[in-house]
Write a protein that binds this ligand. Structure first.
Ligand SMILES: C[S@@+](CC[C@H](N)C(=O)[O-])C[C@H]1O[C@@H](n2cnc3c(N)ncnc32)[C@H](O)[C@@H]1O
Length: 277
């Protein structure tokens, strides 16, 4: 099976909207009145959820008159949050058709279709015009992309000079084999976890200057511990949560991720770069 086919198999989910609607109803909410905060339980597909998005985006100098690119946008949760919170426009690109199709409807539900556009495509060849964007970000996507240099060149092409590119990915920080499945890959063949230095080299080669770097290991372990305590105090899985996008073996994927982080093999890391003017 090709990498793309295996990735599509890993991420694709039928009836995402039906599952989200049922989850909302179980919480006593309706899709007509669903808020961004309600949807954040299911559409922020990265370690730390909404809080992690806020902490990355706050370093991006985003303002209301800007056009921002979300690479590997998934269901579009961070894109909708950015559009709502900063007032900017956001374009999202993602490989997984099921996410993009459902994500467009979610934009409609919360009245953000005029500010957020989502389209299917590869991060390595985005169907967008050179120099269009004032900022770009990517959350938990680079682990699926082997060629970090090609990825950084493609983002560089789309940004205007001086624009920031914020990355929040799970990166290699120590030694030892990773345990699979993990949220981004069912098998080792579609996991391309790289060291922060490899990202920084790829960014520099494309023409970016590194602005900041932050290892988010403690934040991640604290996030997972709070999640564990909440789950232990409840009757099973919450009706609206990432199990809707991660599927039946969500527990196993998350447990493996926690172990991989706790054993210091990987950690979520932010790298912020700026396109040299
Ligand atoms: C873990 S999810 C993160 C989604 C979103 N960034 C978020 O934080 O909610 C990883 C996403 O990367 C997308 N992806 C993986 N490889 C990609 C590629 N080459 N081009 C575009 N999207 C890709 C997947 O389809 C998936 O939606």
């Amino acid at each position: 099976m090709s990498d793309t086919k295996e990735l599509t198999r890993h991420y694709s989910r039928s009836d995402l909207l039906g599952a989200i609607k049922r989850g909302l109803e179980a919480l006593g909410k309706k899709r007509e009145t669903a808020t961004l905060d309600d949807l954040a339980l299911v559409d922020e597909f990265h370690v730390g959820g909404r809080q992690a998005s806020i902490e990355l985006l706050d370093q991006m100098d985003v303002s209301a008159d800007q056009f921002v690119l979300d690479i590997g946008c998934g269901l579009g949760g961070p894109a909708r949050f950015a559009a709502d919170y900063y007032g900017c426009k956001v374009a999202g690109v993602d490989l997984t058709e099921d996410y993009v199709t459902a994500g467009r409807v979610l934009c409609n539900w919360v009245g953000l279709s005029d500010k957020v556009s989502l389209r299917q495509g590869s991060a390595l060849n985005m169907p967008l015009v050179d120099g269009t964007f004032d900022a770009a970000y990517m959350m938990h996507v680079g682990m699926n992309i082997a060629d970090k240099a090609a990825l950084c060149s493609e983002v560089y092409r789309l940004l205007r000079p001086g624009a920031r590119f914020g990355i929040y990915d799970v990166m290699r920080v120590g030694e030892g084999e990773l345990t699979f499945p993990v949220p981004w890959s069912s098998v080792p063949e579609t996991s391309f976890v790289a060291r922060p230095q490899e990202y920084k080299d790829a960014l520099a080669a494309a023409g970016f200057k590194i602005v900041a770097e932050r290892n988010r290991r403690d934040f991640a372990l604290d996030f997972f511990e709070k999640q564990r305590v909440r789950l232990a105090a409840s009757d099973g899985l919450p009706p609206l949560s990432l199990h809707i996008v991660m599927g039946e073996n969500t527990g196993e994927k998350l447990q493996n991720l926690v172990t991989n982080i706790a054993e210091n093999r990987v950690a979520p890391v932010e790298v912020i770069a700026r396109k040299i003017a």
